[in-house]
Design a protein around this ligand. Structure first.
Ligand SMILES: [Zn+2]
Length: 392
């Protein structure tokens, strides 16, 4: 026990008997040791003290396979930790942020990430996608505004739906997913439904990669489109007239379940009574709710056309409301795909749920976060990885 270190370190030294034979790692034949080299592994704590195992590991000299390093049963090749230590780390990482786990077990988060990435990648190799028939995908940024990641989910899975995540956004990611699907037993011709947003790049790629699939535009993206349009109108109008204070959050939050502060509620009331174009844009966005509440495909279709017609009349041709006009145009163009959600058998709340997942992954990958660790965390939280430690 080395008590000069804090925390103290218990060192366990393993030696072999002189002249002992060892199994060749290739064929198992017992061979003489060719030579030895010392290796050290961090093991589970001994009480509150760190514990290190150092062993003289032989290389065998097999007649058939030559000189090979023997495998030890307590650690995987190339790791400086025992399997039990890694298992404890992985159990914690599934529950709390990596940085917190690293501090708790006393290793750097960079080293911990290497363990996590190993086990996640290993579990992913066994992912079976032969039953996949419906998929949804969306993009997000690992940091605000850059390093995009596109995440694909199996729309039939209620829990752990993520089946693929890859750096970048747009066309190439769809092709990459198709390759991944094939490598994991899936068939693109079996995919009958794809849920995504209205980006022309995505839609073109989906049409090419999954020609037999019906494309549904998620409602979440329709709302997102108009939320942005309202905000654009607000920004343009702000340059011309004095807007009530707290307008920005008032129009973003109102109706989205967010609770307004007194100031925001006052701003919204003032907007409504004054002749503000932002209020007009906001009312158009709010009317989407009425479209969404339609109970049948027929009613939805009628309500959507009514919404578009009414909104067009409302905005006229002024330049300030151009953002809303553009949003309307996009919806018009994709009306069929948007209405598809009323006939789709798949839940349309999935993409919305994905955004909660992205937030959680960002928080759990805090500290040493880059595209790779962000993707690893998305898999760890939401992919069907099963038991990461089948071998213990
Ligand atoms: Zn051999």
């Amino acid at each position: 026990m080395d008590t000069s270190k804090r925390p103290h370190v218990l060192e366990i030294l393993l030696e072999t008997e002189r002249g002992a034979a060892f199994p060749c790692p290739e064929c198992g034949r017992h061979c003489k040791a060719h030579d030895f080299k010392d290796f050290t592994w961090r093991h589970l704590n001994f009480f509150q003290h760190h514990c290190l195992i150092t062993a003289r590991v032989p290389r065998t000299d097999c007649r058939e396979h030559g000189v090979k390093r023997v495998r030890v049963p307590w650690a995987r090749d190339g790791s400086g930790f025992t399997l039990l230590f890694e298992q404890a780390a992985m159990t914690l990482v599934r529950e709390i942020p990596v940085l917190a786990v690293a501090r708790f077990i006393g290793i750097t988060d960079k080293r911990l990430w290497r363990i996590v990435e190993h086990y996640v990648a290993k579990a992913l190799r066994d992912l079976d996608l032969s039953a996949l028939t419906a998929l949804a995908f969306d993009e997000t940024a690992s940091k605000r505004g850059h390093n995009y990641v596109t995440v694909f989910i199996d729309a039939d899975r209620k829990s752990e739906p993520v089946v693929f995540a890859t750096p970048g956004k747009g066309k190439a990611t769809v092709t990459e997913f198709k390759t991944f699907l094939k490598a994991h037993g899936g068939q693109s011709s079996r995919v009958t439904e794809v849920v995504c947003d209205m980006s022309p790049a995505f839609l073109a790629a989906v049409g090419k990669a999954f020609p037999d699939a019906t494309v549904t535009v998620d409602w979440f993206h329709v709302v997102q489109l108009f939320t942005k349009a309202v905000d654009d109108v607000r920004k343009a109008e702000r340059r011309l007239v004095r807007m009530p204070a707290a307008t920005r959050w008032a129009v973003l939050k109102a109706g989205d379940g967010g609770r307004l502060t007194e100031k925001q509620a006052a701003a919204l009331a003032e907007l409504e009574t004054g002749d503000f174009l932002t209020a007009k844009a906001w009312r158009i966005k709010e009317k989407l709710r009425w479209v969404r509440r339609a109970e049948t495909p027929h009613a939805a279709s009628w309500r959507l056309s009514h919404f578009l017609r009414h909104a067009h009349q409302q905005i006229g041709h002024g330049p300030l409301l151009e953002a809303v006009a553009k949003a309307l145009e996009t919806v018009e163009k994709h009306a069929e795909r948007i209405l598809q959600r009323w006939t789709s058998t798949h839940s349309n709340a999935r993409i919305e749920a994905l955004n909660g997942l992205f937030q959680a992954a960002r928080a759990r990958a805090r500290g040493y976060r880059n595209t790779a660790t962000f993707i690893t965390m998305i898999y760890l939280i939401a992919a069907p990885l099963g038991n990461l430690f089948n071998s213990i």
